[in-house]
Write a protein that binds this ligand. Structure first.
Ligand SMILES: [Zn+2]
Length: 422
């Protein structure tokens, strides 16, 4: 039998083990925030890889404020070395968002029913980690000699920015250009789609300051809430139509996210509504905005546009003063179109699924940014099992046949990439 066929056969044979492994991962409630059970999950993955002759390292996010005794940030990397070929790194985040309400099954029970595995984080992205592990395993079991090195990492905190996770490994040089050739992140993006990047993020807080006065004589005060209202109106009437008219060439899905967008994440002003009220004009109002920008817009112009808008509103806000404070900036990333990692996955998807892959980009952001911007590795994509729309939802599930398919695709692409360019 040809080595490709042997690998695909080994994946099919391992189906029950893949399901078991995924369900076991789901049963470790690695909820973020605050970052529960990271160490247990890292060791579960690390022990598994060690039993399969991977060299295993644990890298805690020493020095980062979120790495505490109560909630240690522990990352794990397993390496399986073969020939002198390329190093292919498969990275998955072990953290999951809180379960939230609306579940009809136990969120951390790892229930397997009707060809699906249920649980918080199963599609985002514990099934992806399982697919990475068993992709490597299938190559081994098929008796195929590795032309290069496979690395598999489980990292923390992707859902909250990835600073103690992939960013930390990149800052330490553990994932780095010159050491790591290709990175695939098996995030849930559907089994026939390759994700080649994401939009940029600019989170900022606007503080409106007025002057307190008696609620019965509001004309003697300056209402910060009224000022914020004017800003929100300008955002809606001036900025939003402008943003909607801009469109990126990057294939972001869903199509609505191909435009620049802005959202108000939260607002508070005046006295707490649940408390005892006294008659006062609000002297303070704050709001947090989430601006998603396009690679074509760039960050500098995005920031300037906000600053200009705030200035314009302030000129006619009856004395309300505004301050803008940056909270988070994520620059957009895009994998080069001629990257071997895209070609390898396209080829594998075609041979496993019998149909061409679709190239997409993410409306949000994920650890790709750290791989590109800190580690300096351009050859990174996301490809993995599970449907993007199910991530963070109640009754999150992943179809078993999708996990098996993604495992096959990852195995073939990884093998191909290890031997690339020799
Ligand atoms: Zn994810």
């Amino acid at each position: 039998m040809h080595s490709v066929d042997r690998i695909l056969t080994e994946v099919d044979r391992a189906e029950d083990e893949i399901v078991q492994f995924t369900a076991d991962l789901v049963r470790i409630p690695t909820v973020n925030p605050p970052g529960e059970e990271y160490e247990a999950c890292a060791h579960f993955l690390g022990d598994f890889l060690k039993r399969r002759a991977f060299e295993v390292e644990y890298i805690a996010a020493e020095g980062r404020p979120e790495h505490t005794a109560k909630h240690p940030r522990v990352n794990v990397i397993g390496s399986r070395r073969g020939g002198p070929g390329k190093v292919v790194h498969l990275n998955g985040h072990i953290d999951v968002v809180p379960a939230g309400g609306g579940w009809t099954v136990e969120p951390f029970g790892g229930l397997v029913r009707d060809g699906k595995i249920y649980g918080r984080g199963v599609c985002d992205m514990k099934a992806g980690i399982a697919a990475a592990v068993f992709a490597a395993e299938a190559i081994e079991r098929a008796g195929v000699k590795l032309p290069g090195t496979i690395e598999i990492s489980g990292t923390v905190d992707e859902e909250s920015g990835g600073f103690a996770g992939v960013a930390h490994l990149a800052e330490r040089g553990r994932i780095a250009k010159g050491r790591t050739d290709f990175v695939i992140i098996p995030e849930p993006l559907n089994v026939d789609r390759i994700c080649v990047g994401h939009r940029g993020v600019y989170w900022f807080e606007v503080t409106a300051r007025g002057r307190i006065g008696h609620g019965s004589m509001p004309f003697l005060g300056v209402s910060a809430i009224d000022g914020m209202g004017r800003l929100l109106q300008a955002v809606r009437e001036e900025l939003m139509p402008t943003l909607a008219s801009r469109r990126t060439d990057v294939p972001v899905v869903p199509a609505g996210a191909r435009h620049a967008t802005i959202n108000v994440n939260g607002i508070e002003g005046g006295q707490p509504v649940d408390g005892i009220q006294t008659p006062c004009v609000a002297d303070l109002c704050r709001a947090v905005f989430d601006r998603r920008f396009l690679i074509e817009e760039g960050f500098d112009a995005t920031k300037q546009e906000i600053a200009d808008l705030v200035e314009r509103v302030m000129a006619h806000a009856n004395g309300v003063r505004f301050d803008v404070r940056d909270l988070m900036v994520v620059h957009p990333v895009r994998t080069p179109g001629d990257s071997p990692v895209i070609a390898a996955l396209e080829h594998s998807i075609l041979s496993v699924l019998g149909r061409p892959a679709e190239l997409i980009a993410s409306p949000g952001t994920y650890d790709h940014k750290h791989i590109t911007r800190i580690a300096g590795i351009p050859h990174c994509v996301a490809y993995g099992p599970g449907e993007l729309e199910l991530a963070h939802q109640p009754d999150e599930f992943c179809r078993i046949d999708d996990i098996v398919t993604a495992t096959k695709v990852l195995a073939l692409a990884t093998l191909d990439l290890m031997g690339a360019g020799r």
